[in-house]
Design a protein around this ligand. Sequence first.
Ligand SMILES: Cc1cc2nc3c(=O)[nH]c(=O)nc-3n(C[C@H](O)[C@H](O)[C@H](O)COP(=O)(O)OP(=O)(O)OC[C@H]3O[C@@H](n4cnc5c(N)ncnc54)[C@H](O)[C@@H]3O)c2cc1C
Length: 501
Amino acid sequence: MTDKDVKVQTYDVIVVGKGNAALCAALAARDQGASVVMLEAASEDESGGNSRFAGGVMRFAYESVDDLKRVTDVTDEEIATSDFGTNTRDEFFDDLFRLTSYRTDADLSEILVTGSLDAMAWLRSKGVRFVLNYGRQSGLVDGKRKFFGRMPIEASGGGAGLVQYLDGAAKKTGIEVLYETRAVSLVYDGATVQGVRVQRQGKPEAISGKAVILACGGFEANPEMRTRYLGPGWELAKVRGSRFNQGDGLKMALDIGAAPYGNWSGCHATGWDRYAPEFGDVNVGDQFQKHSYIFGLLINSSGKRFVDEGWDFHSFTYAKYGGEVLKQPGQFAWQVFDSKVTKILRSEYRIKFVTKVSANSIEELAPKLEGVDAGQFVKTVREYNAAVRDDVKFDHVVKDGKSTVGIEPPKSNWAQKLDTPPFDAYMTTCGITFTFGGLRINHETGQVLNVHLKPIPGLYCAGEMVGGLFYFNYPSGTGLVSGAVFGRIAGAGAGQAAKQE
Ligand SMILES: Cc1cc2nc3c(=O)[nH]c(=O)nc-3n(C[C@H](O)[C@H](O)[C@H](O)COP(=O)(O)OP(=O)(O)OC[C@H]3O[C@@H](n4cnc5c(N)ncnc54)[C@H](O)[C@@H]3O)c2cc1C
């Protein structure tokens, strides 16, 4: 196809993708009075990207109940009976810096942290409903509901609900969506981006616009790119979400000289059912994940532990430990629990599709753990049990300091002996969520920069495609909020630029 095929200009702003970041960008562009079209590679049934698979927990800065009230209704009774904790800007910064080994781009993270509460209030103003996160992030302590992990709010209906609310808002404001329309390259005359070439329901077309916002995810669903950038073995990971995030947006931007930025060899990956399908299943959502490993042991094929399961709340380790599982022989790990913690395991342990074995003793459990050296497993549990500190009380809603002594790797919190039958074990492998490598953007407008750090006229990006925020690890609930913060910025930037032309 040549640029002669570009149709008469129809739209001010073209948004590529239809996940959370794309919808936020489209709405923000529309707020500027721009005409907006969204291009979605998936059919309407499969649309919504990873956002639709998300649990819907949202990490934003809040200091008080009044801040939470900007996001959702909180009753007087809830206030009286709950301890919501805080996620002050400093705490949010500290978590981001600590988890990314101080690599996160200071300016980008400042925009994210300081803009996060406003972004939540803005989402609410667009019709998104948020609720208190009782199910996943709280527990009862002395009759009071204590929220932990600095994340007391989630989208009603999870990520699927969030997308549905934003979809409703987009429809109301007249934003057009073209489904089964895969963007394949940018229309670029060497100076300005003028549109997008697409495959629309199998046929090539070109759509012109004054500005293009790329919000079409990373390369997590593309095994060739995973192997190329993340390294050998990553083609073997399962994909937790959408099968449509093939790295197209990154490729087409790099093709015209955009600057790659961030941790291109890094990604978010978690423990995921060993026999889950190759890609996410919208009917199961995020429930193939297994995030309660902090209360048990992670065991590899050699029958050994390989990480500190209790280093911190799962929110601060889960995104990294998927990669640790991938590194183990056979790319699997069993999560082993005793009955003392059965009640506090998350809901995902009770779904129908689960790879689980049970037994009444560790010796009886050992041969049931497919692929594991049974003798060594029994030895590992004995050594672990002997190393558990008995002088510290177990408390699942705080980092309780109940640790092991004298074993490697240690277990720093929630270390209870495995001694109370029945014992349950769940087989997991690595599920990739999204990739960290992205593009470099201008902080004020979300415009994409070229390799010489000059803005590329007409090109913007948002969501997973923004590079520089996450390195090595990630605090849970940040992806959706980041999509909203940077989606708003790119949408406003592109909308304003298009209207000024
Ligand atoms: C199982 C799971 C659970 C998660 N839980 C949470 C959570 O609780 N909280 C949280 O904050 N984050 C969570 N995340 C992460 C979060 O989902 C992502 O960070 C976020 O959704 C990324 O949004 P996005 O809009 O950038 O990308 P996406 O939502 O993935 O959207 C990308 C869009 O681009 C489209 N697309 C791709 N290529 C093309 C192309 N060539 N042309 C046109 N369209 C294209 C896709 O179809 C899709 O519509 C979770 C992710 C998964 C997979």
